[in-house]
Design a protein around this ligand. Structure first.
Ligand SMILES: [Zn+2]
Length: 130
């Protein structure tokens, strides 16, 4: 995975031209995340391949940290159809592209960030909660 992340990082670095400025990167990233939200909403409201029914997350009285990830729901039922999956994956990829561009602009290696965050999660175990 590390080499794929590094290759992606180099691809982003080498392909940014018109949007290389940090303000362009920031606004393109915001646009991409907004577009991601839009295609997810459209998968539910226009296509209907998924259903989103958000309600309060319920924890049973005896539940602990070990049970949290099992008890918390995504509020999504159904599966993305081929077209909606393509749309969602495209917008995730675009978001990753501009997030990587932002990291590159500050000389931060997004691969190292992923590694350190993974180590942090492994070290904290069940206390690594977001
Ligand atoms: Zn669909």
């Amino acid at each position: 995975m590390d080499s794929e992340v590094q290759e992606f990082r180099r691809t982003v670095n080498g392909s940014l031209a018109f949007n290389k400025g940090i303000l362009d990167c920031l606004t393109k990233y915001q646009t991409a995340t907004a577009a991601l939200a839009r295609v997810i909403v459209k998968a539910s409201s226009l296509c209907g391949c998924i259903h989103i029914a958000a309600d309060q997350q319920h924890l049973s009285p005896g539940s602990g940290l070990d049970d949290l990830s099992e008890l918390m729901k995504t509020h999504i039922t159904g599966d993305l159809c081929r077209r909606c999956r393509e749309n969602v994956e495209r917008e995730i990829a675009t978001s990753l592209y501009y997030l990587t561009a932002i990291a590159n602009a500050f000389g931060t290696d997004i691969g190292q960030l992923m590694e350190s965050e993974t180590r942090r999660g492994e070290m904290l175990g069940k206390y690594y909660i977001k």
